[in-house]
Design a protein around this ligand. Sequence first.
Ligand SMILES: *[C@@H]1O[C@H](CO)[C@@H](O)[C@H](O)[C@H]1NC(C)=O
Ligand SMILES: *[C@@H]1O[C@H](CO)[C@@H](O)[C@H](O)[C@H]1NC(C)=O
Length: 161
Amino acid sequence: NKECLDNTKGQYYFGTVSKTGDGIECQRWDKLQPHDHRFVYGFMGLSASEHENYCRNPNNDERPWCYTVNDTVRYSYCDIPLCNEKDCREMEKGMEYQGKHNITWDGIACQRWDSTYPHVPNRRISFPGSTLSRQENYCRNPDGEPLPWCYTVNPDVRWQT
Ligand SMILES: *[C@@H]1O[C@H](CO)[C@@H](O)[C@H](O)[C@H]1NC(C)=O
Ligand SMILES: *[C@@H]1O[C@H](CO)[C@@H](O)[C@H](O)[C@H]1NC(C)=O
């Protein structure tokens, strides 16, 4: 299950993002607190518990979303990249220092090079003749890996090509 959307609606998204775009943790689909809802009996061929607290789009909404654990915010949309944004491995040879691909092979968004969240970059990472901020969150190869890579915005995946 890729961590990206095949189309903007993402009706077939079965990935594991479990926070809204504004950073609130998602409520589990098999729970009715803090928000009561009709998806507790399951959807998309799976039981509610199998969906855990992952962002989903079971009702043909604009984008994947979830109920939140904050009792004043019933639901909110999740920020999941599109799969057709180019990933690090699709970068052409020689473009490791200037391409603009910004998602990983699994479709996880890249963390900005000037950010320390969720991953604190290795102190030796630098881009001679440039700054970390000018590299935005593009796939890069500052340390001689076989392929360009980036730190990812998923706290459980430090880096990926
Ligand atoms: C819940 O969301 C509201 C509105 O965004 C915010 O003011 C409040 O601090 C949140 N509560 C918790 C417990 O995070
Ligand atoms: C990737 O870069 C494009 C523009 O180059 C931008 O529109 C898009 O939001 C970026 N995606 C991520 C996940 O950073």
